[in-house]
Design a protein. Structure first.
Length: 625
């Protein structure tokens, strides 16, 4: 194990202190290799090196000292991160350089080693400047964080007051996200008065605070939550912030994590609409998920907002009720409590719809059975319908088609697919044999009425649009003597897209290309039905993984072929999913004009709550075919 000797300057400091009668510093090896700390009494004078924190941070996202060694950079320790794989501490120049573009805070990275400092310590730090990219991906979409690595430091004095945390108020952060150069913004001069991403970058590793912050993203499994500093920015009726269109970037959203040990204060469980009363403060750091984040050393107290889970009215006898519900990777090996919770939502909150398009149904063994050759989902679906009956629901039946193993994306081994539930006392399913993983469904005609060649069947399952993606499932139902055609969908996800808060602006929506192609295929199938009977009742229901204003959904609704029912709701209610504090819609029911008058709603049971059985809310339509 290599250790470092104290530098000449530190040795002179020790000698001077001893000669003056001050208490001698306890020079000792830190618990981590390569770092020495020195402790003195409070009030000692420090002599900084020639480089200050603001010099290291510079006025762009990239340090002018990247890769260089710097010596005896001075500041006050503001916070320590003694846990996880990215341990270290933040320190800040209490005087600053007066330039609003350059941050006065810096993070010292100590890898897996616990930093031996305390907030209020005045330190002199030497080390190598590094721009740390998330996952080490220099070509990736995420901006780096400026840090010191391979550091050694001396504690010159202790018990110093911390620099004041900058209060973030509704008018503090600008309203425009970032410059739009059509590429990387890394080397652009920061303009914190104009752009929100520049604003936060110019405060990287500095202390900030928010007061009485409204929660717009519930506590996640990773112990994080989202607040807004702009409560009047596109608010939902229940306290969230609604993503209403490209360019509406919800610049007030801010992620919060905690540096307070959980045995001292467990991370709070909050729902949308709650408030962190009082002050929440800590240093700012960019994270791959969520963007700029306050790592709180002080956390406000939770004031509940009191939102409640919603329940829909039951359909009238003459109404057909159709729901779509993403059950988030439900497999046959999930605990019974998961099935019971989903069943209660379908039966109690959705009032037992006549037809349910279930999204993210996995096979009987789920990802645990990866490579076991199992693709059947009969156990998964039987457990679901049994749970629904046990909580007082109808005796649902189900229809689905097994995928080929490992071809439809999703969790490896899960063999994800779309399935139909239906209440046989209310609707009939028209079974026609021949549907399988690779056989495309055809639209035949029975006089002037369309009929499906197979039911259930898959829509052009071998088309390139469905590569490594879920294939749409089509089925023919009958309600009150009228045919109803339902296409269950789960388009490819947005995982490949660049983040809104990333270093490439505007962010590229690369996954949209495949979804548009998928929409074109589904639209072609719908058109074949409507060409045979323009008055046919056709529904496309499922997780389209895109917004109502997107080119994907517009492909399906163009020329009035289908109506996006989410657009019948007020703009502030158009959401079914919450991502990084932004309420947005991914789950859709699209209906043809033949469905007539429609009563539509998104039933809020999951996405706004920390306690959720799925990350999606179901949507429900009632209409008379």
């Amino acid at each position: 194990m290599r250790t470092r000797r104290p530098g000449r300057r530190w040795s002179l400091l020790v000698a001077v202190m001893l000669a003056s009668g001050m208490c001698a510093p306890a020079l000792q090896a830190s618990p981590h290799a390569g770092v020495f700390t020195a402790c003195t009494t409070a009030g000692s004078d420090s002599e900084q090196g020639d480089v200050r924190i603001a010099d290291i941070q510079g006025t762009t996202r990239l340090s002018p000292f990247d890769g260089e060694e710097v010596s005896e950079v001075g500041g006050i320790v503001t916070a320590a991160r003694p846990f996880g794989s990215a341990r270290g501490f933040w320190f800040q120049d209490p005087d600053g350089d007066g330039d609003p573009r350059s941050s006065d805070g810096l993070f010292v990275f100590t890898a897996d080693n616990t930093p031996g400092v305390t907030p209020g310590d005045e330190v002199l730090v030497s080390g190598t400047v590094q721009e740390r990219y998330p996952r080490g991906d220099h070509d990736g979409p995420y901006p780096p964080t400026t840090e010191l690595i391979d550091a050694e430091w001396t504690v010159v004095s202790s018990g110093n007051p911390l620099p004041d945390a900058e209060p973030i108020k509704p008018d503090t952060v600008p309203g425009e996200l970032a410059p739009q150069p059509g590429g990387s913004i890394e080397e652009l001069e920061l303009d914190p008065d104009s752009y929100v991403l520049d604003f936060w970058e110019s405060r990287e590793s500095m202390l900030v605070s928010v007061t009485d912050a409204g929660v717009v993203g519930p506590t996640t499994e990773h112990d994080e939550l989202y607040v807004t500093t702009k409560p009047d920015q596109y608010p939902s009726p229940r306290g969230g912030t609604v993503y209403t269109g490209y360019g509406n970037d919800l610049t007030g959203v801010l992620k919060v994590r905690s540096l307070i040990p959980f045995d001292e204060r467990p991370f709070p469980s909050v729902d949308i609409g709650d408030t962190l009363d009082g002050v929440t403060s800590g240093p700012v750091r960019y994270e791959r998920f969520g963007g700029y984040t306050v790592h709180a050393t002080e956390l406000g107290e939770v004031r509940p907002g009191g939102i409640e889970r919603q329940s829909a009215r039951a359909a009238r006898s003459e109404e057909l009720s159709l729901a779509t519900y993403n059950v988030e990777n439900l497999s046959g090996v999930d605990p019974q409590a998961t099935f019971d919770a989903h069943a209660e939502i379908v039966v109690d909150n959705l009032a037992s719809p006549d037809i349910v398009t279930l999204v993210e149904v996995q096979d009987n063994t789920g990802p645990e059975g990866r490579g076991d050759g199992v693709v059947d989902a009969d156990v998964t679906l039987d457990r679901f319908v049994d749970a629904a009956a046990d909580v007082g629901g109808p005796s649902y039946e189900w229809r689905q088609i097994n995928p080929e193993e490992g071809t439809d994306g999703g969790q490896p081994g899960g063999n994800i697919r779309v399935a139909f539930l239906f209440d046989p006392d209310r609707v009939s399913f028209v079974d026609r044999e021949g549907g399988d993983a690779t056989t495309p469904i055809a639209v035949d005609s029975d006089g002037d009425r369309p009929r499906l060649s197979v039911s259930p069947g898959r829509v052009e399952p071998q088309h390139e649009a469905w590569e490594s993606s879920r294939k749409p499932l089509a089925g023919e139902f009958e309600f009150a003597g009228e045919p109803v055609f339902v296409v269950g969908t789960h388009f490819t996800s947005k995982r490949a897209d660049q983040p809104l808060h990333g270093r490439f602006q505007p962010p590229e929506r690369s996954s949209e290309r495949q979804r548009r192609q998928q929409a074109e295929v589904v639209r072609g199938f719908v058109d074949r039905l409507l060409d045979t009977d323009p008055e046919a009742t056709v529904a496309v229901a499922g997780d389209l993984n895109d917004f109502a204003f997107s080119p994907v959904v517009r492909t399906l609704t163009g020329d009035g072929a289908l109506r996006a029912l989410i657009e019948t709701l007020p703009a502030e209610q158009r959401y079914s999913y919450v991502f990084e504090g932004r309420s947005q819609v991914l789950d859709h029911i699209l209906l043809s004009e033949g469905a007539g008058e429609v009563d539509f709603e998104v039933v809020r049971v999951n996405s706004e709550f920390a306690d959720q059985v799925s990350d999606h809310d179901p949507a429900l339509a009632r209409f008379r075919p």
